[in-house]
Design a protein around this ligand. Structure first.
Ligand code: NAP
Ligand code: MG
Length: 472
């Protein structure tokens, strides 16, 4: 048996300052307080960042308001130049940003380098291309920007969620106040520096670091015209309540509990790769993760056996090692949630399995886990775990698969594995999910709209559809 030698990416490609301010009106400024952000793989404090209070929210919204008129008055082709410039700087600095993202979030460098960063740049390139073509996008002959957009994002894809929000907002002529998640503020602050490097006019992008209270103060601010939120369904509900009855426009990208359906005619090896990618990519901290595996009964043994064999080869550990497949859980709080739900799975009678794997003693870690003997009544089949935990259910007929797949309050994504195109189309048509992947999973592209049904939220991000949320 050959062992892998360590292949660490160099940490020295990124300079993290001892402290960071809020990015308001083109300047870094102190906030009402400060908090620390840690590397979840080691619990080492990375730096201290400013905490935005109500006065800071006030100043940021005012800065975005004064920047709005000149920014929205620019010809689209001029705004596009800024977006293209930002996209190119992101590409030039992608190694530095990938290391930073892995340090602050815990995700493997292979993913931040090969998935997050290329997609971040692609989003800016894509929406740069739309900036001068808005009249031909199908939203009227003279579509207008909304004004100041308040954007609140989660910690699982910090820079990518920023790109999904900022790129379409700027392309359409809006200005932005963005709040990154408390545990992953750093890539947004580096993005602020990129805005300065690109000579983006002051106030067009403002970044307020802080916790939930900062997010709430921002979305409730009366000077905001548009709220875009990605995060949990619970917080999404609170935001919907606070925005109701105001003139603010709202899009919500919330949680999910996606079914990944494997039919008996599926190419099993390929399906197993897709199952692994569906739930263990990014430690399962993925809103559209394939967390409910539905396997046709006749191939259950074969699928489970290959899946376990494949899971035993996953390398869990140092996110900066280029051979790592599964990195650290983002926070102690999230680890606790994953543990609680997994324990509930065992208590409710499902059978739990993890490959033997040595977890580091420092930091937040959870071994890739699969539950079999799961029924629809189990909490692990209904609630979003947001971690590397897969629940396996079985079915006999396509009708049963569809019924089980749709038996969830969520509706963000789904996967189908089958050799028959006609079956894929027939099943996809009946799944109530915003994205349905066929013989693949977790594939993203800036040209493709993404969003949910039911408790997974409303509105679409990405593609031509993503422009609509920022245009009147
Ligand atoms: P979360 O607790 O809802 O937090 C999301 C963001 O909202 C964070 O920046 C958070 O700040 C902030 N926030 C918390 N309370 C708030 C309030 N009352 N008003 C305004 N903002 C508030 O979600 P999370 O645990 O970070 O992220 C995981 C969730 O996001 C999962 O449910 C996942 O499915 C979902 N998600 C959905 C998508 C999608 O596209 N549909 C994509 C990624 C993630 P703090 O971090 O500082 O608390
Ligand atoms: Mg952190």
């Amino acid at each position: 048996m050959f062992e892998y030698a360590p292949a660490p990416e160099s940490r020295s490609v990124v300079d993290i300052a001892p402290s960071y301010g809020l990015f308001i009106d083109g300047q870094f400024e102190p906030g009402a307080g400060s908090f620390k952000t840690v590397n979840p793989a080691s619990e080492e404090v990375l730096t201290e960042v400013a905490l935005a209070g109500p006065d800071d929210v006030e100043r940021a919204v005012a800065a975005a308001r004064s920047a709005f008129e000149p920014w929205s008055a620019l010809p689209g082709s001029e705004r596009a130049k800024y977006l293209f410039r930002i996209a190119r700087i992101i590409q030039e600095r992608s190694r530095e940003l990938a290391v930073l993202e892995s340090l602050d979030n815990g995700k493997p460098i292979r993913e931040s380098r090969d998935v997050d960063l290329p997609l971040v740049a692609a989003h800016f390139f894509y929406y740069a291309g739309w900036a001068d073509k808005l009249r031909y996008a199908g939203f009227g002959t003279d579509p207008r920007p909304l004004g100041v957009a308040a954007q609140v994002i989660p910690w699982n894809f910090p820079l990518l969620m920023l790109a999904w929000k900022v790129a379409p907002a700027l392309a359409t002529g809006n200005t932005v106040v963005l709040k990154p998640a408390e545990t992953t503020p750093l890539s947004a602050l580096f993005f602020a520096d990129i805005c300065r490097q690109a000579d983006l006019p002051a106030g067009v992008v403002n970044i307020l670091t802080g916790a939930g209270d900062t997010g709430r103060t921002l979305v409730e601010h009366p000077g905001v015209d548009k709220v875009a939120f990605t995060g949990s369904t619970e917080v999404g509900r609170q935001i919907a309540r606070s925005v109701a009855g105001t003139r603010k426009r709202l899009t919500l990208e919330l949680g999910g509990k996606a079914a990944n359906i494997v039919f008996d005619d599926a190419p099993i090896d390929q399906a197993v790769e897709g199952i692994v990618n569906g739930i263990f990519f990014n430690q399962g901290h993925v809103c559209c993760a394939g967390s409910r595996l539905l396997v046709q009964e006749s191939v259950f043994d074969e699928v489970l056996e290959s899946l376990k064999r494949r899971m035993a080869t996953l390398r869990v550990g140092d996110p900066l090692d280029k051979n790592t497949d599964v990195g650290a859980i983002n926070s102690a709080e999230q680890l606790e949630r994953i543990r609680t739900l997994s324990d509930a799975g065992s208590q409710e009678g499902a059978e739990r399995w993890s490959p033997p794997c040595e977890l580091p003693s420092q930091g937040f870690w959870f071994a890739p886990t699969v539950f079999t003997g799961v029924t629809q009544a189990h909490r692990i089949a209904r609630e979003e775990i947001f971690g590397p935990v897969l629940s396996v259910l079985t079915f006999r007929t396509p009708a049963e698969a569809i019924e089980k797949a749709n038996n969830t309050p969520y509706g963000l994504s789904a996967g189908i594995w089958s050799d028959k195109g006609s079956r894929i189309l027939a099943v996809a048509d009946k799944l109530r999910a915003g994205v349905v992947w066929a013989n693949t999973f977790n594939k993203f592209d800036p040209t493709s709209p993404f969003g949910g049904y039911k408790e997974s939220g409303y509105g679409r991000e990405g593609g031509r559809h993503g422009l609509e949320a920022y245009l009147a």
